[in-house]
Design a protein around this ligand. Sequence first.
Ligand code: 26Q
Length: 827
Amino acid sequence: MAKKTATNGVRIRSGMDRDSLREDITLHLRHTLAKDEFSKTNWDNYRTVVLSLLDRLHDKWLNTQQHYYKVDAKRVYYLSMEYLIGRLLDNMIVNLNIQQEVADALEDVGLDYEKIRDAEWDAGLGNGGLGRLAACFLDSMATLGIPAMGYGLRYDYGIFYQTLENGFQIEKPDLWLRYGNPWDIVRPKIQYPVEFYGHQSMYNAPNNGHIKYEWKDTRKVQAVAYDTPIPGYDNGIVNNLRLWKAESDVALDLKSFNQGQYIEAVKENQLEQNITRVLYPNDKVFVGQELRLKQEYFLVSASMQDIIRRFKRSNDDWTKFPEKVAIQCNDTHPNLAIPELMRVLLDDVDMTWDKAWDITKNSIAYTNHTLLPEALEKWPVSLVRNLLPRHLNIIYEINRRFMDTIRASYGNDTGKMARLSIIGEGENPVVHMAHLGIVGAKKVNGVAALHSRLLKETMFREFHEMFPDLFTNKTNGITPRRWLKQCNPDLSNLITKHIGDKWVTNLDELKKLEPLAEDKAFQKEFAKIKLDNKKKLASYIKKTTDVDVDPKSMFDIQIKRIHEYKRQLMAALHVAVLYNRLKKNPDLDIVPRTVIFGGKAAPGYTMAKLHIKLINSIGDLVNNDPQVNKKLKCLFLENYRVTLAEMMIPAANLSEQISTAGMEASGTGNMKFALNGALTIGTLDGANVEIKEEVGDENIFIFGLTVEEVEELRRQGYNPWDYYNASAELKMVLDQVRAGFFSPEDPKLFQPIIDALLHKGDYFMVLADFDAYIKEQKLVEKAYRKTSDWNRKAILNVARIGKFSSDRTIQDYADEIWEAPAVKLKK
Ligand code: 26Q
């Protein structure tokens, strides 16, 4: 391929061939990094590759953005407090579709790709599912050619680094920016003031005497843009992820400086910069801290200013806003976008309420990710009044008009008004962010069919009755680029060898594998790849824990945030049951299993942290007992994160998706495992329901209470003792936990677990489902023994999982919520 050159003969750094890549890698070492072969480190090598890729990405990025501007495309803005991106190097190379070229270029200069890849620290700017979903969506929006942009916060510290000390979780700060982030560029000229505090003042408009409001005497913090290129898969498109960093307002500092308060001014600086200091590490529990509210408004205000600036560059007619802009809020966290857009339109643009409302209501949509009541954001009115006084008044006015609507349809039903009010009245009144979203948004969606149905039937029943068309389902998905092509290259190549590579952008193509499920030769190749992936994980386990695991044993994996509703406890107790069986009969013929856990507990979630300790305690006992450890191992891997998921998922035989029915909104790990040829053991919860529909009842292990049965049992009065007394094996393990069998050094350690299960009503119904789980695990074992049949089932899972591509999810959002057509670019 001829090298591209500019008219003056200077080579443009965009060649996708081996030679151009090699040259640029070499040039960057000397000319950008000022290093040579004597002084370079692995980090420098990594950076030279990143810089060479960025040369190419930036070129496409500019072309893409120029094209969007030229065709005046409708823009989609994804607002999220979290982006759980992980590493980017592999992903960029995969999406530029130059894997071979980079490998060749590196070979030419004697660099080891795996070593270079390991120099990169995960960008862990998210907690779990919601953050990873945002990252998958970015990939799919770029791949489909949706003119989209992600907005978020550039936290100095992402999700904490987890270590295990004596089996207990210890949190360490995540210094992901220690050596800088080579992927993003700061845009110092793109910065906006974000205002806080102050008060609302009223005045008469000079032209017509109308009453107007103004937000005055605020404190300002600057939001500075940091941009990361997000390439689509092999399509020339590069979208933007714009993360805001808080900086002090320079003018303010100078004023203080002049008054001789230099040190005070600097202190003040730190206060302001604190806004983007750290990601809140809780998922599904609302913390009503002012700093969190500041973060949410900071994201909303900066993004909205940027969105409006871009809109005004090509439009002077505000009524066109909903035709040109769609804003998607990732949960309620950015729902202040609703009063913020109202504020700008009312106060700055001088629009009437009705016009402003029409525009707002038609541009913003919101996604709900949970039914758990403790996760719902309810901000104390006192806090909102202090931090955002003008917004509070706008929210009151939105609510006043909404109450009028209720009155018009239902009469003076004060009960209904209280239940649906955006303002939760009472001793400590709160702003109910989900209600704000429902009243102010164009669409509200759940993330799996079951979850969306439950939203309509339970949490938002009365809202649904009023606004039946407002609610919609968008079943989650995952990007096949990262979660198959990139993390499981051998399986990807096998698939491509047989059915071509169209599956990468059209996952339904995997259906073509169905006939191969019966094919013994294909099964053999498939099984060989699984075994190789298990060997890699086994050697990682050996390196990090010094435990030997047998790659031929069944790898039974549960990775996700540690939470009682996800019931890691149930899987741990199953390990204890297996242990007891083996101790009773060491010759028992069971399928050798390696049960592997990973996940972080919120730092303040004492019970979840105790579950981690219990898993580790059971593991210590099992792994060190020569009578059982040939057949059973139990491990908890430290610091679960995207990079570890990429190694664990391709190595799994069994995927644990065992939440109490009705509690997991969707789950997305379930999809990743199935895509990589693991079979699921799971409850009829979240997207498991749809996975079962797709893969077929014979190819998934479903057990336990349904949502309706859970409800019914609660209604009747659930008594965990009934289950304790009815099952000898369950009784035995619980008695062991209580007696300190797993914690001889501290026999009372796990008493709180017993209390939760037996004395406090076992809210998550571990005991109610335990027997069914143990029985289902027996069926798993039986199925695993029939190797060829197991492989057939695993292949069918891969073949039938196409629905769960985030490309399908995003196409649905684009068609049914955003009404934003894709664009095509010449590559
Ligand atoms: C809210 C307020 C203050 C501080 C933190 C939060 C907060 C942060 C994160 C609340 C919730 C979260 C995360 C929720 C989450 O990850 N939900 C998961 O979303 C996935 C994607 O839709 C689903 O697949 C999972 O079922 C759901 O649990």
